[in-house]
Design a protein around this ligand. Structure first.
Ligand code: PMP
Length: 374
């Protein structure tokens, strides 16, 4: 209507660089087999849900007060978990920081270390949110390419060359990488840290999927102590099966944590979130219990896809990027019509499928036979 048009034209305009931008996010569709956002398909047991409810009830009795702004008890629990998971000396609590998902962790890092006149470098194909954190914080986002399919490898030479070309203030490496599933070797991590050291750049290693890495693949946490400018980020969304609770964290030199504490919003982590995360950490054996099964399912699915003749990116994560025979959007739609939702990300012609329950994965295989005939 003309009235609506008049009202619309008098609305305040957002920042010019946000014009036409759409909110980011994968479709949330009601399907039986949701294999599109790398969630863990196994929810908590009823007993664990009861414990979470009890912890939340306890927190609820104090909700008139602001939460612990420093989330010290939670950060201590995270430090203890990491020492066990990565086989490192337990980091001091001042070196660990937590926020609402690793999305908020990355956002806070860019707020503190990016900004106008500063540049962040990533390697394509990469997680689609990185350019958005950069945009929000007025950081320039630049990219270099990972190696060719199906390995999508990153080498010490590639990262060193890209760093000397772009002179970035921040480098984001992802291990295992989304959407390719590729883990980094420590030589590549070290090379990036060394190349950044002369300009005192920040190296962020995003280890959102680290717990799914194959045997013998080390975490970048094992070399964190050698490089003061390095940050490793993690999340409870994937291996911990806790995407709905929103808890991400980082480990770094305490000075980096202190810089992030300057830009965080006060009381950013609610008392409810802290209580849920601490309860989940106390039950980590149950929550992480399905990681072995998911790794085995991943390897079996990768072998199956290779056997069908697909190009398959070797994966250390809970998803697989594979090349389709037919047009990828047709395959995506064909799978969706069979109640299987995957993700069209990565290079043209490739699709990403998250590892689900054995039933999900079987349904995916069957649907793929029809949706993507050879
Ligand atoms: N990093 C990578 C590489 C991811 O794939 C994701 C989620 N898809 C995230 C970070 C963010 O996860 P969260 O905010 O749930 O911790």
């Amino acid at each position: 209507t003309p009235a609506a048009t008049a009202a619309e034209t008098s609305l305040p305009a957002p920042r010019a660089d946000l014009a036409g931008a759409e909110p980011y996010g994968a479709p949330q569709l009601p399907v039986t087999h949701a294999l599109n956002v790398n969630e863990n398909p196994f929810g908590p047991s009823a007993a664990l849900a009861d414990d979470i409810a009890a912890a939340v009830r306890e927190a609820a009795l104090g909700l008139n007060r602001y939460p612990d702004r420093e989330a010290l008890a939670l950060r201590e629990d995270l430090a203890s978990y990491l020492a066990h998971e990565a086989g490192i000396v337990q980091p001091p609590v001042e070196s660990v920081w937590a926020a609402n998902g690793s999305n908020e962790i990355m956002h806070q890092l860019m707020l503190a270390y990016g900004g106008p006149g500063r540049t962040a470098l990533g390697f394509t194909p990469h997680y689609s949110m990185y350019p958005e954190y950069a945009r929000d914080t007025f950081t320039t986002w630049v990219t270099a390419s990972r190696g060719p399919a199906p390995d999508f490898a990153l080498t010490p030479e590639t990262v060193t060359a890209a760093i000397s070309e772009h002179r970035p203030d921040i480098v984001v490496l992802t291990s295992p990488n989304n959407p390719t599933g590729t883990a980094l070797d420590l030589d590549t991590v070290r090379a990036a840290a060394l190349a950044l050291a002369p300009t005192r750049g920040l190296l962020v290693v995003d280890e959102a999927y680290s717990e799914f890495r194959r045997d013998g693949v080390p975490s970048a946490l094992t070399v964190l102590g050698e490089h003061p400018g390095m940050v490793v980020t993690r999340t409870m969304s994937k291996a911990f099966a806790l995407a709905g609770a929103r808890l991400g964290y980082l480990v770094a030199h305490r000075a980096i944590v202190d810089a992030v504490r300057v830009v965080r919003l006060p009381y950013h982590l609610s008392a409810v979130t802290q209580a849920v995360a601490r309860t989940a950490l106390a039950h980590r054996q149950e929550l992480l219990g399905q990681v072995e099964l998911l790794r085995a399912e991943r390897d079996a699915l990768a072998a199956h896809l290779t056997g069908r003749g697909h190009g398959v990116a070797a994966s250390d994560a809970n998803f697989i990027l594979f090349r389709t025979f037919q047009d990828r959007s047709a395959v995506f739609e064909g799978l969706l019509a069979r109640d299987v939702l995957v993700r069209a990300v990565g290079p043209e012609g490739w699709l990403r499928v998250s590892i689900g329950t054995p039933e999900d994965n079987a349904a995916f295989r069957t649907a793929l036979e029809e949706a993507d005939p050879r």
